[in-house]
Design a protein around this ligand. Structure first.
Ligand SMILES: [Zn+2]
Length: 104
């Protein structure tokens, strides 16, 4: 499972998880380009996008410059795994100007 948290210093504002039942909101965040070209790839909702989407609708604030985004991935074995944002999410994250982006 892949999670994203948005933090204001040590205050947790948003928690979000990847969802493959929901699709990538391309009207709001641009077209999802898969890492490897496939014929009928349907991008799920990545936790980073979900976190930003929830933040924007909950706080009606677009200033992310004091906020930290923190990605965490927990494998099926319960162990922490690498959770760097994918290329698409990184592009979106760059455009929101977070103070820091951290990941396991
Ligand atoms: Zn992603």
């Amino acid at each position: 499972m892949h999670f994203s948290f948005i933090l204001d210093k040590n205050k947790l504002l948003i928690t979000a998880a990847n969802s493959y039942k929901k699709s990538h909101p391309q009207k709001q965040f641009g077209i999802y380009v898969p890492a490897r070209p496939t014929t009928n790839y349907q991008a799920g909702l990545h936790s980073e996008i979900s976190a930003i989407k929830t933040f924007l609708s909950r706080f009606r604030n677009t200033d992310f410059s004091g906020l930290t985004l923190f990605n965490v991935r927990i494998g099926k074995d319960g162990l922490v795994q690498m959770a760097a944002p994918c290329k698409n999410c990184q592009k979106v994250l760059d455009s929101f100007n977070f103070k820091a982006i951290l990941h396991t």
